[in-house]
Write a protein that binds this ligand. Structure first.
Ligand code: GDP
Ligand code: MG
Length: 162
C-alpha cells in the first residue's frame, strides 16, 4: 500500500493550491472564500519516483467553535488515517490561536508532522517563517504554493515520513 499524506490547516492558508501544485494539475478547488473544501478528498500523487496519496481537507474551519467541533471534522479523520501530516500555515498572517489548537490535536494524533509556511512569495519575506518555530512542530519550511517555491524541498522531507 502507498503512504498517505494529509494536508491540514486553517481555511484559506492555501492547502488546495498546494495540492494542485503537487499534482501538477488543477483538481482541488481553490477559492478566495474560506471553507470551500468541506470534505476530505484523496488524490494519487507521485514525487521523485514515490507513489503516495495526498488528502486535501477543509474541515477545521469550524475550529472557532472550539476543539469539539474540530474533533468531529473530516480533517481529524484524515489525520487519523494518514501516515504523515502536512500542516499548512499562512506566513503572511503569522501564528494564530487556531494554529495553536491544531498543534495540540496533532500532538495527540502522534503522526509525523511537516510544517509548511505558505505564501512566502518573495525572498524578502523569509524572516516571516522563523516565527513559526514557536509552534514546536520542528523546522518551518517556507513555501509559495502559488509560485511553486520550496515545494520540492518540502516534498523531499514529507516523502521520507511516509
Ligand atoms: P485552502 O482554504 O487552505 O484550501 O486555501 P486555497 O488553496 O483555497 O487558497 C486560498 C487563497 O490563498 C486563494 O486566494 C489562493 O490563491 C491564495 N494562495 C494560496 N497559495 C498562495 C501563495 O503561495 N501565495 C499567495 N500570495 N497566495 C496564495
Ligand atoms: Mg481548500
Amino acid at each position: 500500500p502507498v503512504g498517505v499524506l494529509a494536508v491540514v490547516g486553517r481555511p484559506n492558508v492555501g492547502k488546495s493550491t498546494l495540492v494542485n501544485r503537487i499534482l501538477g494539475r488543477r483538481v482541488a478547488v481553490v477559492e478566495d472564500t474560506p471553507g470551500v473544501t468541506r470534505d476530505r478528498v484523496s488524490y494519487d500523487a507521485e514525487w521523485a519516483g514515490t507513489d503516495f496519496k495526498i488528502v486535501d481537507t477543509g474541515g477545521w474551519e469550524t475550529g472557532v467553535e472550539g476543539i469539539d467541533s474540530a474533533i468531529a471534522s473530516q480533517a481529524q479523520v484524515a489525520v487519523s488515517l494518514a501516515d504523515a501530516v502536512l500542516f499548512v500555515v499562512d506566513g503572511q498572517v503569522g501564528v494564530t490561536a487556531t494554529d495553536e489548537r491544531m498543534v495540540k490535536m496533532l500532538r495527540k494524533a502522534g503522526k509525523p508532522v511537516i510544517l509548511a509556511v505558505n505564501k512566502i512569495d518573495g525572498s524578502n519575506s523569509e524572516y516571516l517563517t522563523a516565527d513559526f518555530w514557536k509552534l514546536g512542530m520542528g523546522e518551518p519550511y517556507a513555501i509559495s504554493a502559488m509560485h511553486g517555491r520550496g515545494v520540492g524541498d518540502l516534498l523531499d522531507v514529507a516523502i521520507d515520513q511516509l
